[in-house]
Design a protein around this ligand. Sequence first.
Ligand code: GTP
Ligand code: MG
Length: 193
Amino acid sequence: MKVTKAEIVISAVSEKQYPDGNLPEIALAGRSNVGKSSFINKLINRKSLARTSSKPGKTQTLNFYLINDAFHFVDVPGYGYAKVSKREREKWGKMMEEYFTKRTNLKLAVLVVDIRHKPTNDDVMMYDFFKYYEMKVLVIATKLDKIPKNKKQQHLQQVINTLELDKNDTIIPFSAETGEGKDAAWNFLQQYL
Ligand code: GTP
Ligand code: MG
């Protein structure tokens, strides 16, 4: 897709702030600092529309980005960051559950995992949550630029095995540094738009 227009619509913390209308939404999910916001930026060719940081916990709200006046990317706060209070975690859980279980505009969840590492228990829980609610999931195995080329299959397989990825689900190796996997990601997303 050629992105000609991309703008932030709202940073929401609760349902009543979500945008009106029935444009389709594609939401990100994944560990803090894994590269969710960077994924959005790379896809839409904007260096920092979605704010990123080398420190975990940058994204704190549900950020709705309107793309080509046609659909929303929804950037979400990550999970699994140790330095978060119990209260913060509960707030996160409530916000995520409200969005992912009730939002009818939501067409696809993009679960971003780090291709270098075995997915964490939280990653597995997140994937299982999506499957439980019978949602469509795309897995993005990001930071591909950080592993040697000849290790790619081995690392992908580790992700597939640990998540117990459904045969019908797609996984795409990706790098926000090099743009590898970007066309494959767009091709996949297109069917939900
Ligand atoms: P939170 O908002 O805290 O949940 O994090 P996030 O998942 O949105 O991560 P973000 O996109 O902010 O990226 C975190 C860090 O990882 C930043 O320093 C990025 O530059 C870096 N990063 C993201 N994707 C890639 C990638 O594909 N390759 C490399 N080398 N670095 C990446
Ligand atoms: Mg972020």
